[in-house]
Design a protein around this ligand. Sequence first.
Ligand code: ADE
Length: 356
Amino acid sequence: MAIISSGGTAAPAPRGLRSGAAPERLVDPTAAVEEPPVREDGLRPRRLDDYIGQSELKQVLRIAVEATRRREEALDHVLLYGPPGLGKTTMALVLAEELGVRCRITSAPALERPRDIVGLLVNLQPREVLFIDEIHRLNRVAEEILYPAMEDFRLDLTVGKGTTARTRSLEVAPFTLVGATTRAGSLSSPLRDRFGLIQRLEFYGQDDLEAIVQRAAGLLQLALQPCAAREVARRCRGTPRIANRLLRRVRDVAAVGGHGRIDAALVDQALSLHRVDGRGLDASDRRLLALMLEAYGGGPVGLETLAAGLGEDPATLEAVVEPYLLQLGFLQRTPRGRIVTAAGRAHLDAAGALVA
Ligand code: ADE
């Protein structure tokens, strides 16, 4: 299966919680520029059978793939949503592999001009997969070009200007659009309604994460003890992308220290160095909880207020930082604002020595 990435001139998506000139977060679930590009990341599973976790999603997609294969049609358009780092891009690549077709990869901010999206669509071969990341950021013009393409595999193009403007229809090959978003609620309903399959990716459980870490360790030829895999899994915020990143940092410490077998103590040493605590929180998470507790008595406090206090973009705070704290039950969203829970307070007290 060939993978073609396109675009890339537009501004990057907001990254995780950053403060001033502080270094990037090790536990930022969004993709880091220094990480292997999609086609070179040997840790990604290529087939549904290798993809660990997300069992409901896999079950739905396995049936859809098998049915379309029998009908010899393009798979219905698929919308994947959920927090970053859980495997939406990977799943698009897996789907293409299962269908035996190419996957073309782009992201909405790279589709700035109408000709960007038109160029991609007219070059698609029958049944190919077009993956659009951050699809909630698609501009209105690109969205309107997509509607007839998704529905009838047709492009309605306006040729000429003013009174001489005319509409021309152009056929495109039957294709599958896989859209990915961290913000399903930000998609317009006409766009959302054109996806036949809408699936949420969930944070991974401890067992699945341990299996993902062990699989990655095998591919990286690391001798990882089960207790070490458990420790990485506990600290990776339910997110495989972070698990793999943490594993690479552990590998560095093991290599420099000349450790052959990696145990839990070595994982602790490596991750403490990066200030990632026992539940996967880093200094930025703890700063958020500390700000809420110290300046607002634990809340309720509004998202905008918190973002301003931390010098962070509210959308990033909401989409990238909060989901894991909500999942842990350290934070709650209420109609009057965010509050720190008793568990969040207890964690911060216990982690006191680590607070930045
Ligand atoms: N690596 C990253 N995500 C994975 C997953 N869901 N299954 C297996 N390996 C992975």
